[in-house]
Write a protein that binds this ligand. Structure first.
Ligand code: PMP
Length: 436
């Protein structure tokens, strides 16, 4: 179906939003009644958009269905956690088998250490790890460890980045953030960052960074920036933490493997739980050993579900049988090709639009100016981004409202071609609205 060309961005957006509202009565009803007991009608603030978000009923392979029975190609991929698609036969089998053998086994169990070992083999920084239940928790633990072992209080994070619900720096440190004295630094600016490290070196326990900014625009760090950060932190004895909650999928050995830089600690989450709730953090054995209960003055690291059996078995099977090192290479090669095609399309249409990212994660930006830090996201007119979101949904393509686009393993050339065709249609219909 051809999209309607429009003369005015506000009018076009209103028309697209009204059309969306009319097409999704069951999602609207669900949202309105959910608001009674579930604050704001949903459990993850990042999923909200006006007039109401879609509510989903089920998924299969690369597709999801909403409660109005529309089918969408799933290019949101649950913000990178959904790499296996829906109802993957291997994780399904393993979860059911595990369930049949009991799921709350009280003690250490036979599935825990093998999963830890597989993760240590996979990611260079992991000499030893511990489990948690989410990316936020993994970062809480990594930062607590850094502060406990260093005896220092402050942590450097980067402006505009996100490390979890209580580590949100999208607009500076959020009021709900974990109360750590933060030093905010500019992403991809080595001089600015190193001056701040010099100024705070005696109080800085750690520097935490996403080696590619994920949900805030899929913006890779320049390798020299990461190298510089590694050198400075090493020289000054400050713990460097890579938050690879999203980026660990971007290569056979994570993004750290792609750039050949080994941080002191790393946090992971998302897809590595095989689709179930999961988090882990780890790194240098001399740091992690502080959790060893046989050591002198050990630190506690507890959590009822840290070693939950379903995640341990599903995660291990997914890592060893599905997202193998070669599968990671292949998916990310396809992602690079996909991003290249989309950027070529923007050039062909002559629209000031670009797709940034790396491998299987990318983000649309409505500007031709360089995108080097999360601050550059402000160069995008949010009305264009929202229009894209509605127009893509109208063409049965589901992606994050922020413009993040994520590939999953069950996607074939057919899904990728359909997405490219939908973007082509969007550029053709909306060209006059996209000019700077
Ligand atoms: N770090 C990064 C880089 C993330 O993108 C996220 C989640 N999007 C988190 C941490 C938090 O993970 P979780 O939602 O599992 O708590």
């Amino acid at each position: 179906m051809a999209l309607q060309p429009n003369v005015d961005l506000d009018a076009a957006l209103k028309e697209a939003r009204d059309k969306y509202g009319a097409a999704n009565p069951n999602s609207r009803e669900y949202y309105e009644s959910a608001r009674n007991s579930l604050t704001g009608g949903l459990g993850r603030s990042s999923l909200y958009f006006q007039p109401f978000p879609l509510a989903f009923s089920h998924g299969e392979g690369a597709y999801i269905w909403d409660v109005d029975d529309h089918r969408y190609a799933d290019f949101m991929g649950d913000y990178t956690a959904g790499i296996y698609g829906h109802n993957h036969p291997i994780t399904r089998r393993v979860i059911l088998e595990t369930f049949d053998n009991g799921i709350a086994l009280n003690g250490p169990h036979k599935h825990e250490a093998p999963f830890a070992e597989a993760l240590c083999k996979r990611f260079p920084a992991f000499e030893q790890i511990r489990f948690a239940n989410s990316g936020t928790e993994a970062n809480i633990w990594a930062l607590s460890l850094a502060r406990a072992v260093s005896g220092k209080s402050h942590v450097m994070a980067f402006e505009g980045c996100y490390h979890g619900g209580v580590f949100n720096f999208e607009h500076g440190p959020a009021p709900v953030n974990y109360p750590i004295p933060w030093v905010m630094a500019p992403y991809n600016d080595l001089d600015g960052t190193s001056a701040l490290i010099d100024a705070h070196e005696h109080e800085l326990a750690a520097v935490i960074i996403e080696p590619m900014v994920g949900a805030q625009g899929c913006i890779p760090a320049e390798t020299d920036f990461l190298k510089g950060l590694r050198e400075i932190t090493e020289e000054k004895g400050i713990i460097l933490i890579f938050d690879e909650v999203m980026t660990s999928r971007l290569g056979p050995n994570g993004y750290q493997g792609e750039v050949g830089i080994t941080p002191d600690l790393t946090s992971v989450s998302k897809y590595l739980g095989g689709g179930l709730t999961f988090g882990a953090f780890g790194g240098r054995a001399d740091l992690m050993t502080r959790y060893d209960q046989t050591g002198e003055d050990p630190l506690p690291q507890a959590g009822t579900f840290n070693n939950n059996v379903l995640t341990m078995t599903a995660g291990l099977a997914a890592l060893e049988e599905i997202y193998t090192e070669s599968a990671a290479r292949d998916l990310n090669d396809r992602g690079d090709d996909f991003r290249h095609r989309l950027n070529e399309l923007a050039k062909t249409h002559g629209v000031p639009v670009q797709f940034t990212g790396y491998g299987s994660m990318l983000n649309i930006h409505f500007t031709a100016d360089p995108i080097l830090s999360p601050q550059d996201m402000h160069k995008t007119d949010l009305r264009k981004r929202d229009l894209f979101h509605f127009d893509m949904m109208d063409q049965a393509q589901y992606l994050a409202r922020s413009g993040m686009i994520v590939l999953s393993l069950p996607m074939t050339d057919s899904e990728i071609d359909s997405f490219v065709a939908a973007v082509d249609e969007f550029f053709a219909s909306r060209k006059s609205l996209l000019a700077d």
